[in-house]
Design a protein around this ligand. Sequence first.
Ligand code: IPM
Ligand code: MN
Length: 347
Amino acid sequence: MKSHSIALIPGDGIGRDVTAAAWTVLETAAKHSGFALTGTEFPWSCRYFKETGRMMPEDGTETLRGFDAILLGAVGWPAEVPDSVSLHGLLLPIRKAFVQYANIRPHRLLPGVKGPLRAESFDILCIRENTEGEYSGAGGRVHQGTMDEVAVETSIFTRAGVERILRFGFEQARSRRRKLASVTKSNAQKYSMVFWDEITRKLAADYPDVEVTSYHVDALAARMIMAPESLDVVVASNLFGDILTDIGAAIQGGLGYAASANINPDRSAPSMFEPVHGSAPDIAHLGIANPIATIWSGAMMLDHLGEKAAAGRVMKSVEATTARGIGTTPGKDSTKAITAAIVAALT
Ligand code: IPM
Ligand code: MN
């Protein structure tokens, strides 16, 4: 029987509950579809940091390299470890080491889920550049702690990096409704963002079948609220994509539904699948975290592994479950109850 090896990193807080939930659903879907998933769990987390002084071992990424994919819950426990330490010790290095340059986040309403907008029929795919830009980690601080202190954080935009994420966006648009929104702030940032706009125009010549529009990020943020149906694929830099996808999560009913895939399109290293939400320390002990964002991310993982039928099965079960009003009201259904309903709906 065909088998895929998956590295499981539950991480912190609700990450543990939602990863366990997703794994139950994915294993069941695999069984129904005639293939196997083998999971290897890694305890890398803030707790691990407290014990070892590292978020993951020095050779952590090399250990992960041998897997077909990575399923991650959430990283962060700011009461114990500063976020800037935990994220730069686990999540962000994996995205960079494995050149997961495309962070894909779908935003649409599941049946039965009420969003905050009047609009209901939007279907947006946000593609966020995931390895450079504003989050490259280039910078420093001098004269620390004095009145002369200076902090510099430099955005890095490379031609190779911008071209590949835009090409990825054009390709996604081609497989959907053939509309691409390219997001910058080139009226204010006259080097990197003008550069991005230029490359967008250059590549547009290769995709005459895709209707491409350049937007400023502030205008696009408003459009996601006022006219989300007008958008198809949105492609943006790391920071802008980060912010826009939290808006996307909000309009789809909340972070409990927002899935994401960190894709290495060349398949030279494993891709990583995780919900957009964090570890939610405030509700971590309550057993009420919505696992749907992670289960949806798991469906994206199956799709990436070529298991399209199983991915479709998972999404159908999620949709059948929310259509019955299960997992649609924050705090009403337990993580276990939502998971059980989704497993039961799998055929
Ligand atoms: C996300 C998260 C992360 C990011 C944080 C935790 C570093 O907000 O995946 O959107 O911005 O990449
Ligand atoms: Mn974010």
